[in-house]
Design a protein around this ligand. Sequence first.
Ligand code: PBE
Length: 323
Amino acid sequence: MTPCSKQTTKGVLYDVFQVNWKSLGMIAGVSLSLIAAGCGQENIDDTADSGEDQTETISISEKVDYTITGIEPGAGITQATDNALEEYENLAGWEQINSSTVAMLSELDDAIQNEEPIIVTGWSPHFKFAKYDLKYLEDPRGVYRDVEYISTIVRKGLKEDMPEAYTILDRFHWEPADMEEVMLAAQEMEFEDAARQWVDENQDKVDEWTEGVEPVDGTSIELVLTPWDTERSSAHVAKIVLEQMGYEVKLTPVDPSIMFQAIAKGDGDASLAPWMPATHAAFYEKYEGEFEDLGENLRGARIGLVVPSYMNIDSIEDLEPAE
Ligand code: PBE
C-alpha cells in the first residue's frame, strides 16, 4: 500500500483513512512527518496514539469554528468573556457570538443531542447543570474568578427614607440551594408563586430578616433586577417579604449597566442582582461611591466557559488559536 501520493493535502488524507473530526487535527499536524517517515500506514497509527490529547483539542477548536456561544450583549459574562478573549493568547482570532440566553440554551441542547462540541458562556446556579452533564473549563488566568457572590446594593438615602426596608434588605441572605429551589419551581409556575411558596416553606429564615422590624403602611419601593432567573428569584422573594411587611413593591428588569445606573441615580431603590467580583466589576466600578453596598446576599455563584462533559478538554488554555 502506498498512500504517499495521496498525502499532499489534508482533504485527501481524510478520504483515504476515513477519519472522523476527532482526528483531523492530528492528521493535519503530522502530515509532514508522515511524508518524511516514508508514508506507511503504521506511522499514522503510531502518531495517533502518541498525540491523542493534542489531536482532540485542535479539532474542538476547529469544530466550534473558534466561536464561543454567548448570551445577551449587555450581560456581565459577555464582558468577562471579551476580557478572556484579550487575556488568553491562545484565543487569538476567536469570536464570541451573542444573542440571548434562550438561543444559547437551544444551541447547547442541539449540540448535546448530536454529541457535538460547543463552548458556551455559562453560570450557576442554573438548571442546565441539572439537566445536562456539563463542566466549567479551567481558567488559569482567573478572568472569571473561582467563586462569585451576589450583592445587595441600595440607593443613597434609603436608610433614612425607608429604614424598615433597608434593614430587611441588609439581612437578606440565602444559599444557592434556596435560589435553585425557586428557579426550579418557576419552571412550572410564575416566579411570583414560586417565590411565595419558598417564603411559606422557609418562614424561619424570613423571620430572621424581619425580626423586630415594624410593618409599614403601603410605602412604595422599587427593586431593580436583571433579566435572568437567578435574579427573578431573589427579586420576587424580596418582593413577597417586603409586601408582607406592608410595602408596595415594583420590580423593574433592566440590563446590568442600567441596574447600577438606576441605583446610583436614585431611580430605583435597591437591587439584589450585582454579581461580583468578576461578572459586574466594570459596571460596579463605574458607579462606585454613588450607591451603598450592603454586602453579599448569596455566596457560591459562578461564571465561566462551559462545555458538555463528553468534550475531551479541561482548560481554556487547551484551545487553539484560529489560523
Ligand atoms: N448572568 C446571570 C448575569 C448575571 C446573572 C451571569 C448571566 C450576567 O452575566 O450579567
